[in-house]
Design a binder for this molecule. Structure first.
Ligand code: GLN
Length: 540
């Protein structure tokens, strides 16, 4: 077993340069060369995790199998690599301080003054070492959140500087991802912001080994020379990352063509093992050649924010890849929908997805859309809150309980068909207290779910406080909504379906978290496949 190599990725000049995808794509390439990788995100904010943050602030909350509420970049890590992630792969300033302060209160520091250096930086380093110790991976790739120059990221940068000093350049590497903007009036790409960003890093004692430059068009030789000279980075270690036109799943290929993996291995003095990249090559081929088109509506109140339903969008695109189709996602805000305008709003749509969410806002629009999907026989997938709304819709329109609701939205409803999970009732604290993470589910044979999963036993990730109220089971089943998935103790309803409909399914869990482009999730494959049937029927 070789010693673990640590690769740190920092960001410069601007946020939103795609550091997460870059980390993930580097993971893909190293795995394709037969190395094992573990990926970790360091978030500089003081929240313990993003679980309590609004999607407007933070985008989606990604849930790991062990029930951690994490940054959405972990989703990219799981989609691009085989590395299994847990709560240890997502670290925040809040967590670091929390454990240092807890230890201080216990008296563990034996009277010493507790300081950023060494106590906070040691805690950061420990979180990184834990990963390499536990997984014995060849590479731990760590993404430092934020942009170099932010006050918040200084302790993280100090911790990784120390690691380089201690372990040397053959074990610790720095990659800096920056922006080379094009000034349109001058018609030129400018390297100055990158130079300044590297100077900031140098002031903190970090000399990047590799620069990855986000740039609109391919970098010229002169530009590469200039960046190399000003930033003390070898010519060949200046990698250009040109904007990708089609899909983020082309990014590993793009970095392969730019020889990022080769440069990383060479710089760390490691073998350039043979690459097995065929899986990703065929994926890119499918993405580039798929001709079929299908429209799926996503009905959620955070559609204005690109990242709020990140895993859902990705999982839909995986379903598209599996069916060799281009899926156009039509984003609709449920607050704009009601039973009078729903027909027009959903015109030309071949499938409907209602994702998870919290709070009353937008519920009635979702219920109206689900009613339309159910009665007009449009393929429907409801996820978590989407499943709960399907239950509410069915109770109102088929069971005749006009005020049926979830107690989340109307605690006084006479027909609380969705209600709080009993264990949740005692909980007062907000953070990390929902029913979180992977739980087993048993599927009934003969159901849509069984047809898609081809298995009676599955495990899916959860993030909820409310559930189907079990005493209504018989009434629902009599009227035609079947409960086809349960927790092993039979107490929790995991899946509902309408068998008289071609494909109508609601799931209490979040299938989107386990979908990968190379292993598309069966429910998303099914949704796209069934929606394509509507395209064929010409029901545009
Ligand atoms: N608000 C609902 C609950 O807590 C649904 C949660 C979700 O969609 N993630 O059960």
């Amino acid at each position: 077993m070789q010693k673990t190599r640590y690769i740190f990725i920092t960001g410069g000049v601007s946020s939103s340069l795609g550091k997460g995808v870059t980390v993930a794509a580097l993971g893909t390439l190293l795995e394709s060369r037969g190395y094992s990788v573990s990926l970790q995100k360091m978030d500089p904010y003081i929240n313990v995790d993003p679980g309590t943050m609004s999607p407007y602030q933070h985008g989606e909350v990604y849930v790991t199998d062990d029930g951690a509420e994490t940054d959405l970049d972990l989703g990219y890590y799981e989609r691009f690599t085989n590395s299994k992630l847990s709560r240890k792969n997502s670290v925040s300033t809040g967590q670091i301080y929390y454990s240092v302060i807890e230890r201080e209160r216990k008296g563990d520091y034996l009277g010493r003054t507790v300081q950023v250096v060494p106590h906070i930086t040691n805690e950061i380093r420990n979180r990184i070492y834990t990963l390499s110790r536990e997984n014995e991976t060849d590479f731990v790739i760590v993404e430092i959140g934020g942009t170099v120059g932010d006050i918040e990221s200084v302790p993280f940068l100090e911790a990784i500087r120390q690691m380089r000093y201690e372990h040397g350049a053959s074990q610790v590497m720095f990659i800096h991802l920056t922006l080379v903007p094009t000034i349109h009036a001058a018609g030129e790409a400018k390297t100055k912001p990158t130079q300044h960003s590297v100077k900031e890093l140098l002031a903190l004692g970090i000399q990047p080994d590799i620069l990855i430059c986000r740039i609109q068009k391919n970098m010229t030789k002169e530009m590469r020379n200039k960046i190399s000279l000003f930033c003390n980075v070898k010519d060949e270690n200046v990698i250009s990352a040109v904007d990708i036109a089609n899909s983020i799943y082309e990014i590993p290929q793009m970095y392969k063509d730019e020889k990022l993996d080769e440069v990383v291995l060479k710089t760390l003095g490691m073998d350039l093992r043979k690459i097995n990249f065929s899986k990703w090559e065929s994926l890119v081929k499918i993405i580039r050649t798929s001709k079929k088109k299908v429209k799926i509506a996503l009905i959620g109140k955070y559609i204005s924010l690109q990242d709020a339903y990140r895993s859902i969008y990705e999982a839909i695109s995986h379903g598209g890849i599996a069916n060799e189709a281009n899926v156009e996602v039509i984003k609709l805000n449920p607050e704009d929908l009601d039973k009078n305008n729903i027909k027009d709003a959903l015109k030309g749509i071949h499938g409907i997805l209602v994702p998870g969410g919290f709070g009353e806002r937008g519920i009635e629009g979702k219920v109206a859309a689900i009613h339309y999907a159910r009665t007009k026989k449009i393929p429907f997938l409801g996820i978590c809150l989407g499943m709960q709304c399907a239950v509410i819709e069915f109770a109102r329109n088929e069971l005749g309980y006009k005020d049926a609701n979830s107690t989340e939205f109307n605690p006084k409803s006479e027909h609380p068909v969705i209600s709080m999970i009993e264990e949740q009732m005692e909980i007062e604290q907000m953070g990390g207290t929902m029913r979180l993470g992977g739980y087993p589910c048993r599927i009934l044979k003969g159901s849509i779910a069984f047809q898609e999963y081809k298995s009676e036993k599955i495990s899916e990730r959860h993030r909820h406080r409310f559930e189907f109220t079990l005493r209504y089971k018989e009434e629902f089943e009599k009227k035609g909504m079947k409960l086809t998935g349960f927790s092993p103790d039979q107490n929790l309803v995991e899946i509902v379906e309408v068998p008289s409909h071609p494909w109508f399914i609601g799931v209490q869990f979040h299938p989107e978290f386990q979908s990968k482009p190379t292993q598309p999730h069966p429910l998303f494959v099914g949704l796209v496949r069934e929606s394509l049937k509507l395209v064929k029927k010409g029901e545009e």
